[in-house]
Write a protein that binds this ligand. Structure first.
Ligand code: NI
Length: 251
């Protein structure tokens, strides 16, 4: 009932760069209509039958090494108050996440150390522009500057320049995207910043989620961080394996 076609992006390849470029194109095509009507969500929640749960559980009874993969992603950080709480919780659970950082937030006092910690603890770091801008409304040089400033900050701290970009508002740049970047949206929107209600966020995500999904959350609210850790616990119990976004896209 919730099967969405075309989500699996083909077999693995050892040849990374052409594969990423191809993914960039495929991904643009796959990720346009990702918002769901609230009414549809309500109906779906109500209709989540015992049969469907059983179905899902049997799919999770997997051979070792073949657990269904899932990626949890956090936008708009780092946040001095809530990012450390999230990092503690993820560490305790042995879960790796993907963080799309805002350059201006990295520049705030003390936040560099959070970026260093994310990297050291095995999380993947991506670019969410410097000022959280709508890239579709910028010239290509303006977009390049927003991404370049943020890349530079991240590289200064971690030594690695991010290749993943999550465009704010899901708005892709008008012109050519930078060829060495992969623009990635999401497939499950937690709406965490809208509801700011832990139980509601958890319910929405665990109801909507399927194998290979990319969950969108924000690590700048207490409710989001609480919900994220509960979501991790529930989905791990269901047999999901959390991986960073690069692993989800390339496996
Ligand atoms: Ni954002």
């Amino acid at each position: 009932m919730k099967k969405r076609a075309g989500r699996k992006i083909g077999p693995g390849s050892r040849n990374l760069k052409p594969r990423l470029q191809a993914l960039g194109l495929v991904w643009l095509f796959l990720t346009v209509p990702l918002y769901r009507e609230p009414q549809a969500l309500e109906a779906e929640t109500a209709a989540l039958s015992a049969a469907d749960s059983a179905d899902r559980e049997s799919a999770m009874d997997s051979v070792p090494g073949t657990a269904p993969l899932i990626a949890i992603t956090f936008d708009d950080g780092p946040d001095a108050e809530w990012t450390p709480v999230l990092l503690d919780g993820l560490k305790e659970r042995g879960v790796k996440a993907t963080f799309f950082l805002i350059g201006a937030n990295i520049s705030q006092d003390g936040n560099e150390s959070l970026v260093r910690r994310m990297y050291a603890e095995g999380h993947l770091i991506g670019n969410h522009t410097y000022h959280h801008v709508n890239l579709a409304k910028l010239s290509s040089s303006g977009a390049e500057e927003e991404l370049g400033m943020t890349d530079q900050l991240i590289e200064e701290i971690t030594g690695a320049s991010p290749f993943l970009v999550r465009p704010p508002f899901g708005a892709f740049p008008q012109g050519e995207e930078e060829p060495d970047k992969l623009y990635v949206k999401w497939t499950v929107d937690s709406s965490d910043w809208v509801t700011k209600n832990t139980a509601e966020i958890v319910r929405k995500v665990v109801t909507d989620v399927e194998e290979n999904d990319i969950i969108l959350m924000h690590d700048c609210y207490e409710t989001s961080v609480e919900a994220a850790l509960q979501i991790v616990d529930i989905l791990k119990d269901e047999g999901y394996e959390f991986v960073t976004l690069d692993k989800l896209l390339m496996d």
